[in-house]
Design a binder for this molecule. Structure first.
Ligand code: FAD
Length: 302
């Protein structure tokens, strides 16, 4: 049974876009179109949408800020959901606990915490994603990650069933969790420690500077391409294997950090994927290590 897009457009108006170009939602600035793109303004609209699509067997993908996602040139044959404005609200629940909408950008969470004298969230100012993405990826840097400040999450599954899941019920591992793929994270409760705004600001500035010194900025990338899940960091393995100058078309490797793969402006996703495979193969050949992908690739292979 095919989904009637005119019904969706009638019900959800401007929040439904047919054949939406996804490249503008990815940090790589790459990718084809989504058959159906939905941006719910608030939870009730999302619930209504999920109930509408329930009977069809369409593929669904939840997009956060797109800073860890590479979208294939052929686009996404299915439904892409990107949470809208009401999912970016942040509330102070207690002096050291806040509730954050899943679409809130990490740096805004870090700043909200700073302004309320809550420490422990400074590292979020260095990660360019959303809280939903940070939880899914168990994102972190400089010794911190989201699992260390998370109390619970509120989710809704594709069937429309809602529940709160506590941190202890989630298995976190390096850049991932065991959360099922059909869960949409709506919000999260985060706990820090009471501290002074000045101290927090100082730590935040130090971390941001550390990032600037070691990683490239203002480029079209997805951050670390491979996970640091082996004895040696992925960038070391790439460098040692002599891959740091590899390129495919306009898909390049950053000179500043060789685990950052970059769209030089004219690359296609297929070029980035070819570069990924080329590096993976060479590293395996030279070091015996099988690098694991950190970035998520979505869309169909042609
Ligand atoms: C320049 C740069 C620097 C980076 N530095 C770091 C770093 O220091 N540390 C680090 O860990 N990462 C880093 N990253 C990677 C990236 O920023 C993180 O993985 C980030 O948390 C991804 O969030 P996002 O919202 O962009 O997720 P997306 O890329 O949009 O999605 C990532 C995954 O999360 C899922 N997802 C997103 N939102 C939801 C939701 N509401 N419910 C369910 N699933 C959801 C998606 O389906 C997908 O599987 C960097 C990336 C860049 C471009």
């Amino acid at each position: 049974m095919n989904l009637d897009t005119t019904i969706l457009q009638k019900k959800f108006g401007k929040n439904i876009i047919i054949n939406e170009d996804l490249s503008k939602y990815s940090w790589f600035n790459l990718g084809g179109a989504a058959d159906i793109f939905f941006r719910p303004e608030h939870k009730n609209q999302l619930i209504e949408f999920l109930s509408e699509i329930k009977q069809y067997n369409h593929k669904v993908h939840i997009l956060g800020a797109g800073s860890n996602t590479l979208i294939r040139d052929s686009g996404f044959k299915g439904l892409v959901i990107k949470l809208g404005s009401k999912f970016s609200e942040t509330i102070l629940l207690e002096k050291d606990i806040m509730e954050v909408g899943a679409a809130t950008l990490d740096r805004n969470v870090s700043n909200f915490a700073k302004n309320n004298g809550i420490s422990g969230m400074e590292f979020l100012s260095c990660i360019p994603g959303s809280i939903g993405g940070a939880i899914t990826m168990n994102s972190g840097c400089y010794g911190s990650d989201i699992s260390k400040i998370l109390l619970s999450i509120q989710i809704i599954d594709y069937e429309g069933f809602e529940k709160e899941i506590t941190r202890d019920e989630i298995k976190f591992y390096y850049r991932g969790t065991n959360l099922p793929e059909n869960y949409i994270i709506l919000s999260a409760k985060l706990k820090g420690a009471v501290s002074s705004k000045q101290l927090i600001e100082k730590t935040q500035d130090q971390l941001i500077q550390r990032k600037k010194d070691s990683q490239p900025s203002q480029i079209k990338t997805g951050g670390s391409t491979f996970k640091n899940s082996h004895d040696k960091k992925a960038w070391m393995l790439i460098k040692e294997s002599g891959c740091d100058k590899f390129y495919v078309g306009d898909a390049k490797i950053s000179e500043k950090h060789c685990n950052f793969f970059v769209n030089g402006g004219k690359a296609k996703t297929s070029d980035i994927e070819k570069l990924i495979n080329k590096v993976k193969k060479e590293v395996q050949l030279k070091t015996g290590v099988n690098l694991d992908l950190e970035i998520k690739i979505i869309g169909d292979e042609k």
